[in-house]
Design a protein around this ligand. Sequence first.
Ligand code: BGC
Length: 549
Amino acid sequence: MGKETAERPGWWRGAVIYQIYVRSFADGDGNGVGDIAGIRSRLGYLRDLGVDAIWITPWYPSPMADGGYDVADYCDIAPEFGTLADAEALITEAHEHGLRVLIDLVPNHTSDRHRWFLEALDSPPGSPQRDRYIFRTGSGPGGHQPPNDWQSAFGGSAWTRIPGEDQWYLHLFAPEQPDLNWENRRVHEEFVDVLRFWLDRGVDGFRIDVANSLVKDQTFPDIGPDHPDVLEPTERVDHPHWDREGVHDIYREWRLISDGYPGERIFVAEAWVPTPYRLARYVRPDELHSAFNFDFLRCAWDAERLRKTINDNLDAMEQVGAPPTWVLSNHDVTRHLTRYGRSLTTGRGPRTEQLEPIDVELGLRRARAAALLMLALPGGAYVYQGEELGLWEVEDLPDEVLQDPTFHRSGGNVRGRDGCRVPLPWSGDAPPFGFGPDGSVPWLPQPPEWKALTAEALRGDTASILELYRSALRIRRELAGFGDGTLRWLDGPPGALLFERDPTLLCAVNLSAEPFRLPAHAEVMLASGPIAGDLLPRDTAAWLRRPTP
Ligand code: BGC
């Protein structure tokens, strides 16, 4: 690991971490699917962008029933992405570039092709092999009905029957993703081995997939008709499979493991929970380090609602001494440029009936302002690949190319998440836009309009969103007072978000319909759009240097 990275204690408290969705980042071998060779070839880009770390979505062997979140072997690499040696080389090279590396851990479920599940199927009911998973006897005569009414997050029952038996197995996601049984000590031990496997190879941390779902009510009660989906968490206390008390014991175990390694190895929780106070429970001092604040992602472009969301999160995290972690987009939600460009403001992938035209220009203006807001807030932040290029959600992908299980399991009613996973445009005038070698065909088609949004086209254009991100990340590194810490709100006109951070920064965001006069300042360090004199236009943010007293 590079000297610079090794010597910054608490690096993660204010880190900006770039999410790489492997299949869509860069394709080194030209088979249309992103891979480790592609990531290695773009490390210089990420270093120059100015992020502190990368999070790589699952890269393990997988039948890809859910984009790799169906893991068939936690200690190897999918052949289409490379080899274990490639992964090790990537970790080393990333460190040489001063970038830390987080990988994705998927502990709630395995692939149905995982050795453990194949062994379970080959073993009789009640066997230790079956006990790694959650098998239950069906209800009704002959066990023909599922054991209870639990629903899969991708639609349909959460139970699948084993042919020729009255036994069913639980899958909170696709049938190809059987849930592990975290009541079984062997499962705990096996995951400790997995953590050690990767920690020994130098990874700096793990993003924990659906961290709020591992523990289930062992009475398996019915939930009732109003079962919410993953991204719209229920407020119900004591839910039978979301956010149960027992998950915290698992994370206390894991924290002891990561603390045993040098160099501050960290965990970030993906936990869709109803309040920031529930989220804070995952980041108590002896549990995980950080947790995505999805309330910020889900919040409408509205000053009062954003201020409340920010305040509630700051308050909840402060109570446990953890830094907030902000995020605007990821591989599961509609890209924020598109969300901000239409009245639909939730993070959910678009349902067909909700599709209304987007105003790309408005979405981009707001996305630029949102970036400066997010990067000025106390704590850490995640950048989803392509948001620095101003990519929008591709909503007109033809049905036949869609791969998200949500699309198929909802009978086509929910288009799913492919639209935010379209391969990145790097260079050139036509697909594959440097995603892979010329002549290769990306696994999802790229819009021809993206020729204006390639990294190559935007680089060096001071008005581009890429240069905005680069400037913001440079200032954030160079100037004291960004990242970990606190903020003070200042009064402003309706629709304004104004706050200052010691010792230098004053951040102003205009979410109203009218321009407003900037507060007293010594210098405009950076703005998300043109500023006319002292007036901050609508949907614009500025980082100001505070006046010297
Ligand atoms: C991941 C999704 C995945 C699901 C099941 C998540 O929340 O981010 O992409 O489909 O977990 O593993």
